[in-house]
Design a protein around this ligand. Structure first.
Ligand code: ADP
Ligand code: MG
Length: 255
């Protein structure tokens, strides 16, 4: 597939004796919204963490936007990537974490402007203006001066989304963005993610247990199990007529 913006080519990832990704092949097209579902420990977060270069790999190649992520092509050979290459590749992706991961000692505004100023070299003023737009987008225009602990979990996660968007990534990764939230706060976060999913150009990869939501926003759903994609298809195919027993069992247990 030539229009893949993310491609895992026989990627192997081990932690000691444990093989978490076992020659994983996986592709996401530009602008596609893909949900990853599957049991705990199946390697879902690892896939996202590898894309964010938070974890290395032990075999295979990961391509982002047509270029190897963890390698550089030098004189026809794939060699380990240097820091400059990694930094450039990293700027293509943003991630929203389960536990929000906001800087606790910084205001909401500062949480959003810090990386654009430090990493992208934006002026404070430009970063501030952009942050105001993003806070408006996630419905938090009046919370800029607060600190994370003064916000609800749902508000903190919406700041997390604004912070990821501030780097203008073309790919946005979500790792169970609502699992740490009280049930009554899940909706406001899903509403914001749903709004982003309408953006044609943004590629989204979402690990979630919110099956109804995954069904609504995804172009494709992948069922992960023991480091492999066991089944994938449109939400319709996967949720109403799964062909694998493992998928059926998983869905029965979770729904
Ligand atoms: P999931 O997100 O699907 O629940 P993960 O990708 O977090 O799964 O983890 C896959 C497996 O790798 C799990 O068995 C987990 O315990 C293990 N694992 C993840 N990170 C590490 C690590 N840093 N060190 C050792 N084992 C890890
Ligand atoms: Mg996980």
């Amino acid at each position: 597939m030539t229009d893949a913006i993310i491609r895992f080519d026989k990627v192997v990832k081990r932690f000691g004796d444990l093989t978490v990704l076992d020659e994983l092949d996986f592709e996401v097209k530009k602008g596609e919204k893909v949900s990853i579902i599957g049991p705990s420990g199946s390697g879902k977060s690892t896939v996202l963490r590898i894309l964010m270069t938070l974890e290395g790999i032990d075999g295979g190649v990961v391509y982002v936007d047509g270029e190897p992520l963890w390698h550089e092509l030098r004189e026809g050979a794939l060699l380990p990537a240097g820091e400059g290459h990694l930094r450039r590749m990293r700027s293509k992706l943003g991630m929203v974490f389960q536990q929000f991961n906001l800087f606790p000692h910084m205001t909401v505004m500062r949480n959003i402007t810090e990386a654009p100023v430090k990493v992208l070299g934006l002026s404070r003023k430009d970063a501030h203006l952009r942050a105001e737009e993003l806070l408006d987008l996630v419905g938090l225009a009046d919370q800029a001066k607060k600190f994370p602990h003064q916000l609800s979990g749902g508000q903190q996660q919406r700041v997390g989304i604004a912070r990821a968007l501030a780097m203008r990534p073309s790919i946005l990764l979500f790792d169970e963005p609502t699992s740490a939230l009280d049930p009554e706060l899940v909706g406001e976060v899903l509403t914001v993610i749903g709004r982003l999913a309408e953006e044609h150009d943004l590629t989204m990869l979402l690990v979630t247990h919110e099956m109804r939501f995954a069904r609504e926003i995804s172009d494709r759903v992948c069922f992960f199990d023991r480091g492999q994609i066991r089944e994938e298809g449109t939400p319709e195919e996967l949720f109403t007529d799964p062909s694998e027993d493992r998928t059926r069992e998983f869905l029965k247990a979770i729904l």
